[in-house]
Design a protein around this ligand. Structure first.
Ligand code: PTJ
Length: 246
């Protein structure tokens, strides 16, 4: 990471790409994670590589929703672990959520490497290793979750999620917060709170908002969640991408 000069105009994008490569080398990130990163990077370029106002509103609503939750869980895959391990640990602490490793391309080696990586970044407990429950109506490997984690969670943060799993979690009645740079992707389309922003900006913003909101009353938090308009947020992101005005 020290090789990239900080004044490079695309510093963050290069840093992100480098983290994904390092993640692949460390056995954390799947090779497909590099393609996912390439897609995300293209959308981020079109968004102007900044948190647009509708995404900032989504991040505040997400923080409120997480503070209201009985049992919130943050889902971690190979890209998330490579890009924002410490930031996910900080968010979990700010909203009292569990961290659960949940992989599209599940292998025991990668589960262990990711859990260890999160512990190196300050996590105390990582779920998803036991995987003693199944998400209904999803193929075997992708359905594996912990019975005291995602299976019984009321609110789940699913960043860079596969559309089938996002739909299956929705069918289970979970309140989903999805972070995805592509507003047309199925996962943000099914989420109660779609956050169209780069995960490297979204997660620290959510933590900052959670710390700002932590002393608010339940009714204030509920109002913030209710005032968030998911259709409008998705439309605003799509409009920004199509406008080409950077
Ligand atoms: O680690 P695994 O095995 O669970 O696999 C994880 C990946 C991401 C490889 C897997 O879930 C996958 O293939 O996902 P997709 O279908 O490529 O979807 C990833 C979505 O995340 C795409 O819509 C990208 O635009 C988006 N994305 C990529 N990088 C970022 C992002 N969104 C926010 N921030 C990013 N940095």
């Amino acid at each position: 990471e020290e090789e990239i000069p900080e004044d490079h105009p695309r510093y963050q994008d290069l840093l992100t790409r480098h983290r994904i490569e390092a993640g692949v080398e460390k056995g954390i990130t799947h090779l497909q994670g590099m393609h996912a990163e390439g897609r995300g990077s293209a959308f981020d370029y079109l968004l102007g590589e900044e948190t647009i106002p509708s995404a900032a509103a989504a991040e505040r609503a997400a923080a409120a929703q997480l503070l209201l939750a009985e049992h919130p869980v943050l889902s971690i895959n190979g890209n998330v672990a490579a890009l924002v391990p410490g930031e996910m640990v900080d968010l979990a602490a700010a909203v009292d959520a569990d961290l659960e490793v949940n992989l599209f391309n599940r292998t025991p080696e990668r589960i262990d490497a990711i859990a260890e990586h999160l512990v190196e970044h300050g996590a105390e407990d990582v779920k998803g290793i036991e995987a003693d429950a199944r998400i209904p109506n999803l193929d075997h490997k992708r359905a594996k979750v912990d019975s005291d984690g995602i299976y019984t969670a009321d609110v789940v943060v699913v960043p860079l999620e596969d559309g089938d799993r996002a739909e299956a979690l929705e069918a289970m009645g979970k309140t989903e917060i999805v972070i995805d740079l592509n507003p047309l992707s199925r996962s943000p389309q099914v989420a109660e709170i779609p956050i169209v922003d780069n995960i490297i900006r979204a997660v620290p913003n959510m933590t900052e908002q959670a710390l700002d909101l932590e002393d608010e009353t339940e009714s204030t938090l509920r109002r913030i969640v209710e005032d968030f308009d998911r259709e409008q947020a998705l439309a605003a992101a799509e409009e920004r991408i199509r406008s080409g005005q950077l």
